[in-house]
Design a protein around this ligand. Structure first.
Ligand code: HEM
Length: 41
């Protein structure tokens, strides 16, 4: 998820809206989102 969000932010991953959403988050924020997601069961 961290890799996907960073690739959206950098424009290396094709996107319709996620590129714009990912640009709003720092690396630390992306890591925090991914950690929260991984903790959901
Ligand atoms: C912090 C909020 C969000 C996070 C962390 C997030 C995360 C992700 C991730 C990890 C993927 C890749 C899924 C995969 O490849 O299996 C993805 C794809 C996608 N997400 Fe999000 N997402 C967020 C908010 C949103 C919102 C608000 C929308 C729509 C209003 C949205 C629409 C999409 C779409 C359409 C894709 C497919 C790629 C594209 O066309 O841009 N996401 N998202």
């Amino acid at each position: 998820m961290v890799a996907a969000m960073q690739a959206y932010r950098g424009g290396q991953r094709p996107a319709t809206v996620m590129d714009r959403i990912a640009k709003g988050f720092s690396d630390d924020e992306i890591k925090a989102i991914a950690a929260w997601f991984a903790a959901q069961r």
